[in-house]
Every structure is written in structure tokens, then in C-alpha cells.
Ligand binder design. Structure first.
Ligand SMILES: O=C(O)CCC(=O)C(=O)O
Ligand SMILES: [Fe+2]
Length: 526
């Protein structure tokens, strides 16, 4: 496998799923139905591709051909939101809230079910266009300004500027033609400039986002200590030279000064807020109560979560000594945590439409177009599937930790179903569940265009034990990893070594954070 001779690359249209709101549970109110169907759509996306698009209007988009069994309206994340520990019903937006959030959005009103949609739209989620502008201004700084910024890479802890060739997921196989910037959680005493809260304008956006941000701020204030608690916590680094501060933008009105820093911090906080809502929706998709996933992930995952911005250069800028087939933006890998949220900048172009066929960008290993949804389990060969740029969407992909957690749930469900059969009862839907999938993905280079993305890795807490998934999961992951071919492994947290687990598929003696620190330490180029 090389970047240019990869098997066929499928490009597909990612359609928003829109089906009538036909109540399929007679006793449910319409919003309960919408929620159930959305959760079902989410579950199917996580079980098959392990990757979906979430647009700012609240639609869940999956690959063509994916259909849910039942009505599948918008992804109603709004009703899956609310602070930790609150009951579900008290979190649901009232009709009035919903009307207020959508009444200036004529387009949204076209679709009945959008009225029930939550926080993700331009107005509710205001940090997104500004943060792209901010990060562009960072990468546009003169090289010496970026290189003057500390680049910290120590025992898995990574902050600051990531220089070109500074990292590689699969050393010796590909060079990764990109530069980056890495930041994390800003602890309460995070610095003397900018906003120590990490919230530039706490009152921006919808009531939903304000509440989530407030919740994040409360957690921050009550966190045990602002000083690092483990290998993966520590301070961020920010540009301080007068040249950099004059050139950096914060989007909107924020120019120069600490605008860049504030924009990045605000986006980080918004990603935590969104992640916590997603956790609740994913818990339901896993067949559990809303708070289940957050509880299973321990307290304080945001303290080790990471935001990494990348600027991938076009392959036309490679030095003559590097074969384009040996260069990638990011080597094949899975993400290692709960899930990753990616905001990608449209590649520089003139007059092109979304979903265009331009080469380069994010791709994942998925079933061939048109193949049965269960193709992966049946051992069918996967191929690279392009994730198109679609205006105003975030990409979400499941990570290894989430996949392993769900494998455990499925195994438990099967065991219960087996016991049910012995007792003469049906095992119910548990037997039909499949584990969530953490897709292998990579970034290829465009021959002519640069690409920028913001990649937010949402993790469980450092001390969370690795889930014990049993032998079946181990076999499945070996198969997937093996597909990289000899000498072309995928860089995953799972399956690559016995260390991820103890003997015989039992839980590993190392915590999630200990594994993660090793993984991040491993990507640094020496
Ligand atoms: O830039 C992207 O779209 C994704 C990058 C990625 O997969 C990663 O950094 O883990
Ligand atoms: Fe990734």
C-alpha cells in the first residue's frame, strides 16, 4: 500500500437522513420519537463506518446506502443535552427555547424536525468560523516566528508548534508532510494573559452552549489542583513575540494581541461542551442511560483531551528527494480515545462545489460502496473511502476506547441473551447489537492544494481502566490490523500489542492514560 497506489478510493455523497416523523412508538410524544430514531441512526453509523458527519443544523449525515430501520429524522442532540447528573426530561429544550433558537433560521424552519434540533448551528456554535481564521493566521506566520514557539514533546505530553517532519505515526514508511499546533486544557491558573476561563465570550451562542460552557467552567474551578496530575497534563504554550501578536487574528473583531489564544481556548471549551452532549447521545445509542458513558470514562477526561491543528502541504511542495507515494498527511491509524471531532477547512480552490473530487484529504477504511452493512464482520476487504468536505459540518469518528467499551457491552448483552434462552426467554435486541467501530483512517496530500484541519481528541480520564473485551474482540482487531499488510501496520491503541490487554483478553493492568502517553510518545520523530 502506498499513498498513490491504494486500492480504489470511493467517494460518496453523504446525505442527511430525512424521513418523516412517523411515530413508531404509539405512546411516544413526537420529540421522544425523534430522539429515539436519531439515536438509532447514530448507533448504526457507529456500528458500521464508525464515522459520521454532524452538521450545524443538527443533521446526522452518513454514507449513501445507510438507512435506519424506522423513521430517522435529525440527530436531535438538543434533547440529549444538559449538565451531568440532571434528569433527561429537565434537559429537553422547551418549545419556547427551540422556537427562539430557530426563529431566525428560515432554512431550518423548512424541516419540521429541525425545530427539535439542538445546539449545532452557526448562531449557537459561533466559535467555528473564527477559529479557522485564527489558525490560518497562525500557520501564515513567518517560519522563524513559529519555530520560536516552544515545541514540547515529552513522555507523551505535546504542546506548541509541531514542525514539518516533527512527527510520524508509522516511522520509516511514510513521511508526514504537515506542520501543526497542539494545545490542551487550560487549567484555572492557566496564565496571565487572555482569558483564564478559556471562554472569550461566555454569553455567545445558544442557551444550550452557555449552559454547557458554564458547566465546563464549574468543573474547572472545582478541579482538584491546577497543577499537572499526570504525564499528559500541563500548561499550553502561546505566541508572545510582538511580531506574532500583531499578525495573529482572532476572527471577528479580535485582531492581534491575545485574540488567537482566546479563539483557540474558546473553541476547546466548545468542543468539550459538544463532546459531553455527544457522550449522552452515544450512551443512548449504546443502549444505556444518558450518563453511562461519562461515568464509564471517569472524571476529568477533558484535562488530557487535545486539540491539534494541522496544515497539510500539497505534494507539489515536496522536495525532489521524496517520492510522492511515500508522503502522506497522516499515516493510517485509529484514534485512541472516546471519539474525535474534526473541523476541516475547505481546501483552497476556485469555484468548486462541496463533495468535489479533488484528491487529498481524510479517508477511512470502510466497506465498498454498495456492500452489505455487515461486510466487515464477514471478512470482506475494506477500501479507502473519502470523507468529503461538506459545508458547515463536523466529522466525528469513534476511537479505540469507545469501540472497546462497546465490545464489552455487546459481550455482556450476548451473555445475558444466552442466559435468557436457557431460561426459555428471548434475549431481546441485545443480540442484534454490534460493537462500535473505530475506523482506520489517514490523510493524503492533494497534488495542488493545502488543507487545514482542527482535530479534537476527546479522552476518558487518565486513570480509567482499559475495558476488558474478551477474546472475540481481540480476534476482530487482529484481522483489521493485519490488513495493513506486512510492514504496513496501522497505528492503533488496540491490537498492536498484548500490552493493551492482559493475558487472554482480560483488562490491561495499565490505565488508559498510561497507554495514551506511550502512544503519543511514539509519534515523535527522533
Ligand atoms: O486532519 C484530519 O482530518 C484528521 C487527522 C487525524 O486523523 C489525526 O490527527 O488523528
Ligand atoms: Fe486520527
Amino acid at each position: 500500500m502506498s499513498a498513490s497506489t491504494a486500492s480504489s478510493i470511493t467517494s460518496s455523497v453523504w446525505t442527511p437522513i430525512r424521513v418523516d416523523l412517523v411515530p413508531f412508538l404509539p405512546s411516544s410524544s413526537p420529540s421522544e420519537v425523534a430522539k429515539l430514531a436519531a439515536v438509532q441512526a447514530l448507533r448504526q453509523a457507529c456500528e458500521t463506518d464508525g464515522l459520521f458527519l454532524l452538521d450545524y443544523k443538527g443533521w446526522l449525515r452518513t454514507r449513501d446506502g445507510l438507512r435506519v430501520a424506522g423513521p430517522a429524522p435529525c440527530f436531535d442532540i438538543g434533547t440529549a443535552s444538559g449538565g451531568a447528573g440532571k434528569s433527561r426530561s429537565s434537559d429537553s429544550p422547551t418549545e419556547k427555547d427551540v422556537a427562539a433558537e430557530t426563529d431566525d433560521s428560515k432554512e431550518a424552519m423548512d424541516h419540521t424536525c429541525m425545530k427539535a434540533c439542538g445546539p449545532i448551528n452557526r448562531r449557537n456554535f459561533p466559535s467555528y468560523p473564527r477559529v479557522l481564521d485564527a489558525i490560518d493566521s497562525f500557520f501564515a506566520l513567518p517560519l522563524q516566528e513559529k519555530e520560536a514557539l516552544p515545541s514540547i514533546h515529552s513522555q507523551g505530553f505535546s504542546r506548541g508548534y509541531i514542525p514539518v517532519l516533527g512527527e510520524s505515526g508509522l516511522k520509516g514508511q511514510f513521511i508526514e508532510w504537515k506542520e501543526g499546533f497542539s494545545m490542551g486544557y487550560e487549567s484555572a491558573d492557566g496564565g496571565d494573559e487572555g482569558s483564564s476561563e478559556g471562554v472569550r465570550d461566555p454569553s455567545a451562542g445558544s442557551a444550550w452552549f452557555q449552559r454547557e460552557r458554564a458547566d465546563v467552567a464549574t468543573r474547572r474551578a472545582s478541579s482538584p489542583s491546577p497543577s499537572p496530575q499526570n504525564l499528559l497534563e500541563g500548561p499550553n504554550v502561546w505566541p508572545t513575540s510582538s511580531t506574532a501578536l500583531a499578525a495573529l487574528r482572532g476572527g471577528g473583531t479580535g485582531k492581534g494581541g491575545t485574540a488567537f489564544r482566546e479563539e483557540m481556548q474558546a473553541f476547546f471549551v466548545d468542543m468539550i461542551a459538544l463532546s459531553r452532549a455527544l457522550c449522552r447521545a452515544l450512551s443512548l445509542a449504546l443502549g444505556r442511560e444518558e450518563g453511562w458513558l461519562e461515568e464509564a470514562s471517569g472524571e476529568g477526561g477533558e484535562r488530557i483531551s487535545l486539540l491539534r491543528a494541522f496544515h497539510y502541504m500539497s505534494s507539489s511542495s515536496l522536495p525532489p528527494s521524496v517520492l510522492p507515494s511515500r508522503a502522506l498527511g497522516s499515516s493510517p491509524h485509529t484514534d485512541w480515545g472516546l471519539f474525535t471531532i474534526i473541523l476541516q477547512q475547505r481546501q483552497e480552490s476556485t469555484g468548486e462545489e462541496e463533495g468535489d473530487e479533488e484528491e487529498g484529504g481524510l479517508q477511512f477504511r470502510g466497506r465498498p460502496q454498495g456492500a452489505r452493512v455487515g461486510a466487515r464482520e464477514e471478512g470482506e476487504e475494506m477500501e479507502w473511502v473519502r470523507v468529503p468536505w461538506v459545508a458547515e459540518t463536523l466529522i466525528v469518528n469513534c476511537g479505540d476506547f469507545l469501540a472497546m467499551l462497546s465490545e464489552r457491552l455487546v459481550a455482556e448483552g450476548k451473555a445475558r441473551a444466552g442466559r435468557g434462552r436457557e431460561g426459555g426467554r428471548e434475549g431481546g435486541t441485545e443480540r442484534e447489537r454490534r460493537p462500535f467501530h473505530s475506523p482506520v483512517h489517514r490523510v493524503t496530500l492533494s497534488p495542488s492544494r493545502d488543507r487545514t484541519s482542527l482535530v479534537f481528541f476527546f479522552y476518558p480520564s487518565y486513570d480509567t481502566p482499559m475495558p476488558a473485551t474478551g477474546r472475540e474482540g481481540l480476534r476482530e482487531e487482529r484481522r483489521e490490523v493485519g490488513r495493513g499488510g506486512k510492514g504496513h501496520e496501522y497505528n492503533t491503541l488496540r491490537g498492536e500489542s498484548e500490552e493493551t490487554r492482559g493475558e487472554g483478553g482480560e483488562a490491561s493492568p495499565l490505565t488508559f492514560g498510561e497507554h495514551l502517553a506511550r502512544k503519543w510518545a511514539g509519534v515523535k520523530s527522533s
